[in-house]
Design a protein around this ligand. Structure first.
Ligand SMILES: [Zn+2]
Ligand SMILES: [Zn+2]
Length: 134
């Protein structure tokens, strides 16, 4: 069981499934929205995900036509990203997930737009933009 919550604890959630995909996104939107060198996402099945509390505090920002960013309207924590083209999958912000649930090997995406002050040196696979299968 994957569980997580925002910083102020109003929004809590769980997903009763494995992490399907595990990526570090270096795109400028993720960097800015997460206030970080990159954002790490754990993909889960949409129909296995549910909010346990705080749905009334959810705010949604559309960072592009087909990307919806869900965040806490009280504390600003990034909760998840949903992509219009892949409604069956939700990309949970790994930083808000409790503990260290089992996950596939990480890879880096949008490395072509990574922060110039950040160096990737973990040896994981890197893609300039999305991986070929997306
Ligand atoms: Zn919050
Ligand atoms: Zn991104």
């Amino acid at each position: 069981m994957i569980q997580g919550h925002c910083e102020c604890n109003r929004i809590t959630y769980e997903a009763d499934c494995e992490i399907l995909d595990f990526s570090h996104c270096h795109c400028s939107q993720c960097r800015r929205l997460h206030g970080a060198a990159y954002a790490t996402f754990a993909a889960v099945e949409t129909d296995k995900f549910r909010y346990l509390s705080g749905e009334e505090d959810i705010k949604i920002y559309s960072s592009s036509d087909n990307h919806e960013r869900v965040f806490c309207g009280n504390c600003g924590s990034n909760i998840l990203v949903s992509l219009e083209d892949y409604p069956e999958i939700l990309y949970l912000s790994m930083g808000a997930i409790n503990g260290n649930p089992t996950h596939p090997e990480a890879y880096h995406i949008f490395v072509g737009s990574k922060a110039p002050w950040h160096e990737i040196n973990d040896g994981s696979v890197q893609y300039d933009e999305n991986p070929p299968e997306l």
